[in-house]
Design a protein around this ligand. Structure first.
Ligand SMILES: [Zn+2]
Length: 115
């Protein structure tokens, strides 16, 4: 009579699976989010990235100098999936020590293209 027991287990498990809430549905974006960068900072980084007209994840302007100076590929810092070019060693150091704060506090300069 074990068949009936197994049928019972089978039905119960169907019932449980059918009723369980979809707990595994992620509430936030399934896109790869680089560690340690908030969504707010990410939006700004994408805008800064586009200042040179290319979404290449390289920010060519010095963030520490309010994106007003050209950065150098000698002084770079990683933030999330972006590489920021800084204009000097001290800017590089400063950016590395508080990158996200600087990103969030920097006003986006007007892009060269017309709105
Ligand atoms: Zn600088």
């Amino acid at each position: 009579m074990t068949d009936r027991i197994w049928m019972g287990v089978f039905l119960v498990s169907i019932f449980v699976i059918g009723c369980s809430p979809k707990a595994s549905v992620p509430a936030i974006s399934p896109e790869v989010t680089p560690a340690s960068v908030s969504p707010d900072a990410l939006v700004r980084l994408e805008q800064a990235d586009m200042l040179d007209g290319k979404a290449d994840h390289v920010i060519g302007k010095c963030y520490v100098c309010n994106l007003g100076m050209d950065g150098s590929d000698k002084y770079t810092a990683k933030i999330g999936s972006f590489t920021a070019h800084l204009c000097s060693k001290s800017c590089q150091k400063e950016f590395e020590s508080s990158a996200e704060k600087i990103v969030l506090e920097t006003e986006m300069p007007k892009a060269t293209h017309k709105e």
